[in-house]
Design a protein around this ligand. Sequence first.
Ligand code: AMP
Length: 397
Amino acid sequence: MPVVLVVNSGSSSFKYQLIEMDGERVLASGLVERIGEGEGRAEHRTAGESFPVSQDIPDHTAGFGLMIDAFAAHGPSLEQNPPVAVGHRVVHGGARFFEATVIDDLVEINIDDLSVLAPLHNPGALQGIRAARRAFADVPHVAVFDTAFHQTMPPAAYTYALDRATAEKHRIRRYGFHGTSHKFVSEAAAAHLGRPLAELKQIVFHLGNGASAAAIDGGRSVDTSMGFTPLEGLVMGTRTGDIDPAILIHLQRRAGLTTRELDDLLNKRSGLVGLAGANDMRDLTARAEAGDVAARLAIDVYTHRLRAYAGAYLAQLGGADVISFTAGVGENSPHIREAALRGLEFAGVELDAERNEGARRGEITRISTDSSRVAVLVVPTDEEVEIARQAFAAARD
Ligand code: AMP
């Protein structure tokens, strides 16, 4: 039974899952955190049990050592289930990586070079990759990029109307993110409907703490709401999404905000948190129902933007066959799903209120009426399984 190890590394932590490919079952998972920060912590989970340890973890190499010890002590045995591939989540693949790629030294250099575009993410991924390649030296390691799925966007969708020379010099274009999730969800939706992916026009709303929409034609991404960075597009937990960029210039000029302060304002202190002081949609919905004006406005701004993107992508695709909702908010909030699609009856979207309310966590559910021209689905995303699938396939090629 082939198994794949999936690793998602940041600069001071990494998460892992060991996935058995035949049933796409998670055999074990875990987390190593506070690497290089004094008192580190690791937790290995298997079959309902969890095994935490606290100790100094000076670097990623020590972290992988702890992980391997945990597999040896608590199972499953990596000697009996040696991974056939290690799949690494990498946020930014730039314009270079359009598919999952077996990692060699040149690929490492390219991921490092792309740190200019993703300074918060690629360096951490690379530290994990280097340590994991040492720990599992005989196994192919595969980089699976968040941006890769969106590399099929046409130039009209990925080009900003910015001075060409400046844009080219600084590699400024729309890249799009959450690609692993958009790919997984659009394929799961087609399979659920029993229809060929190649025939379907799909819109996917990935609504988690970060949020993005994608227009997918025949399984290929043709537009997405996140852009040069994950800041663009939908309203998110703490990020603005689309705003007039002149606001930055204004705040710099008038309020004297520094680059760091602007970054912090747009990425960490805006979105739902900025509007209503909280980013958990459960709290916001409850507060709005109790008459809280700020929470009501936050939800209204959030869903207004969702409708705007739904309309834009219906236009780009020439109508849709499927609209799917995924991630924390998308999978759990009937209210947001309903508000996102309100007024789209003209485009063939008809929600079934009972199905929408009844959609159960972890299950793929159709929430449109039987007569709705557009099938509306709730699809639980699984980025780790998608990374495992892509790593498994790339390692076999
Ligand atoms: P994610 O990034 O996919 O883990 O999504 C996290 C977000 O999902 C949280 O910030 C919450 O706003 C939202 N969320 C999680 N559970 C629920 C729920 N039961 N109802 C509404 N929103 C939820």
